[in-house]
Design a protein around this ligand. Structure first.
Ligand code: MG
Ligand code: MG
Ligand code: MG
Length: 306
């Protein structure tokens, strides 16, 4: 029976490339490992896989009766459905420790770095497994994506060093150009339904019994969403009405390095408490906010007393 290596729901580039890269490593070490993703790939991930010659991995959305390795997440709300009817055999991640538990001891490796790709670079080295050129390419892209080319405050020295190594193996000489190509792909919003945009990079969190949804669109220019703002807000209202306390959509300007935070909530005061800015209309600019993981979730958890 194969072991599925799978990233989080609404997969991003790191989730997908880490599944591929870790499945390769586990296969090299003798495990019958298969890379999988939960759902369709976003435009950036498609571009990245295309560029380095990969097709989309298998899809896995239900863990019933399956052995799984979770990469790039450790929260039940982001994991395949019915996780408890399957078996988690490993976790490799770079997020806060979530609520996934196991019945037996497992390899559980989490580091506070900018990307799972960085953690995997280390695991490849530790196990003395050579990283194939095309896998180095997609791992490099994952780190560029997660750290927004080192602009995100989640970035560490280890991420930068991993990128240097991976770029060398992949034969990438111009990282800036590769990053720009990815950011442009990531910014593609034209013709995409608002709900799909909201869910493109979206995560649910449980905060003291309140369900909080946080989506993020990273854009090279916020004017790209001018025409769809109203529809995005309506989509957020719809998602909120499905039992959530609050839905945030982070419209992040990766050039100006800040976020226009769109909010649909039962309690607008949480915005000021968490981020120090007052929500008056449908959204509010939060200067310097780039990272959901580091700048959005922790202050919100504090407000909710988590
Ligand atoms: Mg991710
Ligand atoms: Mg990641
Ligand atoms: Mg991200």
């Amino acid at each position: 029976m194969p072991v599925y290596v799978v990233g989080h729901k609404n997969p991003d580039t790191d989730s997908v490339t880490s599944a591929i890269a870790y499945a390769h490593l586990k296969k090299a070490m003798g495990m019958d490992a298969v890379a999988a993703s939960q759902g369709d790939l976003n435009p950036e991930t498609k571009m990245v896989l295309d560029k380095f010659g990969f097709s989309a991995p298998a899809q896995l959305t239900d863990a019933t009766g399956k052995q799984v390795i979770l990469v790039d997440h450790g929260e039940l709300s982001q994991a395949p459905d019915n996780l408890n009817a399957g078996e988690v055999v490993e976790v490799v991640d770079h997020h806060k420790i979530g609520d996934v538990t196991t019945g037996s001891p497992i390899f559980f490796y989490v580091k506070p770095v900018g990307c799972t790709g960085t953690v995997l670079t280390e695991i490849y080295e530790t196990n003395k497994i050579e990283i194939p050129k095309n896998i180095a390419g997609i791992m490099l892209c994952a780190i560029i994506s997660d750290t927004v080319l080192f602009k995100s405050p989640t970035t560490t020295e280890e991420d930068k060093k991993a990128c240097e190594k991976l770029a060398k193996i992949a034969g990438v000489t111009d990282m800036d150009a590769l990053a720009m190509e990815m950011f442009k792909a990531k910014s593609a919003v034209a013709g995409v339904p608002a709900k799909d945009l909201l869910f493109r990079d979206y995560k649910d969190f449980d905060m003291a019994g309140n369900k909080i949804g946080v989506g993020q669109l990273e854009l090279v220019d916020l004017s790209l969403v001018d025409d769809v703002r109203d529809d995005l807000y309506k989509a957020a209202e719809q998602v909120k009405s499905e039992g959530r306390h609050t839905v945030f959509l982070m419209l992040t300007d990766i050039m100006k390095e800040g976020t226009d935070l769109m909010v649909v909530t039962d309690d607008p005061s949480i915005v000021e408490k968490a981020f120090g800015v007052k929500l008056e209309g449908k959204s509010v600019w939060v200067d310097g906010m780039m990272s959901r993981k580091k700048q959005a979730i922790p202050p919100l958890q504090k407000v909710f007393g988590v």
